[in-house]
Design a binder for this molecule. Structure first.
Ligand SMILES: [Zn+2]
Length: 353
């Protein structure tokens, strides 16, 4: 399953293409624009444009283009927020590279469509160390190297290691002549100012409705469409294919949160079975998404109770929200999700009786 083709962004693509042709493309770029509109996909397209030697670059057929579509070009390094590696601070860079290669493979296997990394994911110092080290190497297959750093605002500043942080800033300021660095961010205001001042900002726009239609017709988008009306999806997406993934993930999280609350309030003998099912979901972030949805539901209930003058229920709802928040902190500390859920459900059953 290769990366799906890039849809839309035509005017910007033409502009970037022209800059590559004239040799005037900046060597450190920052793609900004709303979340989910394909900034990282666009950055990968630009990488392909830079690495494909064909006159009709990117040709889509040469070895370079094929490696990029498979997420496996040796001169393209694509990093983005991922869960923190165990012992990442001291990890050998080969292991760090392997970790990112696996994360990329996962994105490609998902047809290049992926939800936003959850709140505990980040770009940690070892990611910056890898970029700095790779910048010193000569390209192995193409004439250049391209680094794509998705959601660069999620870089975690590390005061403990100023050398590595400074080396990364130096890389942005003055990349080697054969290296292009492309950062992306939907929240550029959250970028470290020291990073932002060293890159040229390129604004990207949401897809047009026509481009959204074209995107949804791709085989890669089949799972998103799933028999739904394309016009509805186009309206829902607001030009951001990623928004459809978010909507799916959000609906699923809400359904799981409802099941949990329902079990707590009615079928108390089921607690452990439901807790087990909730906690064992494979997708990273699914558990915290469910907890977020649970907070929303409990807030709603507490507001409704307060509006109806039922202060006892409103108070219980507020306490329940605090219990969920505490469970979120437990989740960050890597407590086994099943146990955390079971404990939460037991507490909620007590509180919401
Ligand atoms: Zn090519």
């Amino acid at each position: 399953m290769p990366l799906p083709p890039l849809i839309g962004h035509d005017a910007l693509r033409a502009r970037l293409d022209e800059q590559v042709r004239r040799g005037s493309l900046a060597s450190s770029l920052l793609f900004t624009g709303p979340a989910g509109i394909g900034k990282q996909r666009l950055a990968l397209w630009l990488a392909q444009r830079l690495l494909c030697p064909d006159a009709a670059s990117p040709c889509g057929a040469c070895q370079h283009c094929q490696y990029i579509a498979a997420g496996a070009h040796p001169d393209l390094l694509w990093i983005f927020p991922t869960p923190r590696m165990k012992d990442g601070t001291d990890a050998a860079l080969d292991d760090v590279q392997q970790e990112y290669a696996e994360a990329v493979a996962e994105r490609i296997a998902g047809n290049g469509l992926y939800p936003r990394p959850d709140g505990s994911a980040g770009i940690f110092l070892y990611g910056a160390r890898l970029l700095v080290q790779r910048a010193t190497l000569t390209p192995s297959l193409a004439k250049r190297k391209v680094f794509v750093v998705g959601e660069a605002d999620r870089m975690v500043p590390q005061a403990a290691s100023p050398e590595a942080a400074n080396a990364f800033l130096k890389l942005l300021e003055e990349p080697p002549a054969d290296t292009t660095v492309i950062l992306t961010s939907s929240e550029p205001g959250a970028l470290l100012p020291t990073i932002r001042s060293r890159v040229i900002e390129v604004r990207t726009r949401p897809l047009s409705d026509a481009a959204m239609q074209e995107f949804l017709a791709l085989p890669a988008a089949e799972a998103l469409v799933k028999g739904k009306a394309v016009d509805d999806l186009v309206r829902l997406a607001h030009g951001a294919p990623g928004a459809l993934l978010e909507a799916d993930a959000k609906a699923a999280a809400l359904a799981r949160a409802r099941t949990l609350l329902d079990t707590v309030s009615r079928r108390r003998d089921n607690l452990y079975r439901v807790a087990y099912a909730q906690g064992s979901t494979k997708a990273r972030g699914a558990f915290t998404d469910m907890l977020d949805a649970l907070t929303e539901l409990l807030h709603e209930q507490a507001r409704a109770a307060a509006a109806a003058g039922d202060e006892v229920s409103a108070g219980a709802g507020a306490r329940a929200v605090m219990m969920v928040e505490e469970t979120k902190r437990d989740a960050e500390r890597n407590l086994v999700p099943q146990l955390a859920t079971f404990r939460l459900m037991t507490q909620l059953a007590e509180t919401l009786r």
